[in-house]
Design a protein around this ligand. Structure first.
Ligand SMILES: NCc1[nH]cc(CCC(=O)O)c1CC(=O)O
Length: 311
């Protein structure tokens, strides 16, 4: 494999508005760094985009948004794939590498409603839309008086369903709304106590073939060390616990000048059992910190929850 710096790069991306924004963002950052470079986008529809009528957790989850893009890398149709780190499976397939994790947008969930200002204002029986087991289990545990109703589709679809009156409020990632310039729809950010984010939420990853040494140095300036360490710690928790998206799990790390605080939870889907753990550690030991928090969760009761879920 050549180590000469490439002059033309192709980015494989999904074609949802958010995925396209993300790919354009990485393209613009590359062009700012390397003015002589040509960067093209290869738009692709993934299985996850095609199957819109079933809750994704039930049909195989995360890999569904990523696999077709990886095939494009393998076939040489593209050089990079840009992903929301939240959608990337905890173990990359053999031969692939995450060359960079770019600086995070808000990692928090957003409370969006046309009537209410915050989740605490919702009356008994209010209908909240989400299809995320993580969001649903936390809402059920903390706000048992609410009714949770499934909500799928891309961001525009979800907002339309809210506006049509099917829901009193919906919960979605703040990062997506902010990136698509719909940040004004965010009535409140959900606190880490009310809705601990998913591993990798708000962060973008740039995936390449592990053999592409020519791309590693080129992409290194896009890596944000604090974000990369936080996401590594968060993903290590999920990986240790099986990495399945059938498990209601949150993991959220914050970096304070090289010092990480990692919080995580595992719950039963109905929120009746919920276990929290947290630990601190250095950025350099992010992976170990994730394993440590996973082990704390297991001894605090996550092992029983996982067993009940058949994991
Ligand atoms: N599961 C789909 C998905 N993957 C990434 C984001 C949002 C952007 C991000 O977290 O980077 C979303 C939408 C959502 O959860 O509301």
């Amino acid at each position: 494999m050549t180590t000469t710096a490439p002059t033309r790069l192709v980015i494989a991306t999904r074609e949802s508005p958010l995925a396209l924004w993300q790919a354009h963002h990485i393209r613009d950052r590359l062009l700012a760094l390397y003015p002589g470079l040509t960067v093209e986008l290869l738009g692709m529809t993934t299985q996850g985009d095609r199957i819109l009528d079933v809750t994704l957790n039930k049909i195989g989850g995360k890999g569904l948004f990523v696999k077709e893009l990886e095939t494009a890398l393998q076939d040489g149709r593209a050089d990079l794939a840009v992903h929301s780190m939240k959608d990337v499976p905890m173990v990359l397939p053999e031969g692939f590498a995450m060359a960079a994790v770019a600086e995070r947008e808000s990692p928090f969930d957003a409370f969006v409603s046309n009537t209410y200002a915050a989740v605490a204002d919702l009356p008994a029986g209010a209908v909240v839309g989400t299809s995320s087991l993580r969001r649903e289990s936390q809402l059920r545990a903390r706000f048992p008086h609410l009714v949770i109703k499934p909500l799928r589709g891309n961001i525009n679809t979800r907002l339309r369903k809210l506006d049509e009156g099917e829901y009193d409020a919906i919960i979605l990632a703040a990062a997506g709304l902010i990136r698509l310039e719909m940040g004004e729809r965010v009535r409140a950010l959900m606190s880490a106590e009310d809705s601990l984010p998913a591993p990798g939420q708000g962060a973008l990853g740039i995936e390449i073939l592990a053999s592409r040494d020519d791309l590693k140095a080129l992409l290194a300036p896009l890596n944000h060390a604090a974000t990369a360490a936080c996401v590594e710690a968060e993903r290590a928790v999920s990986r240790r616990l099986g990495g399945s998206c059938q498990v209601p799990l949150g993991a959220f790390a914050e970096d304070d000048d090289g010092f990480l605080r990692l919080r995580s939870f595992v719950a039963s889907p109905d929120g009746s059992d919920i276990v929290y753990a947290e630990a601190n550690g250095s950025r350099a030991a992010a992976d170990g910190l994730g394993n440590q928090v996973a082990d704390l969760l297991l001894t605090e009761g996550a092992a029983e929850i996982l067993k009940t879920l058949g994991q």
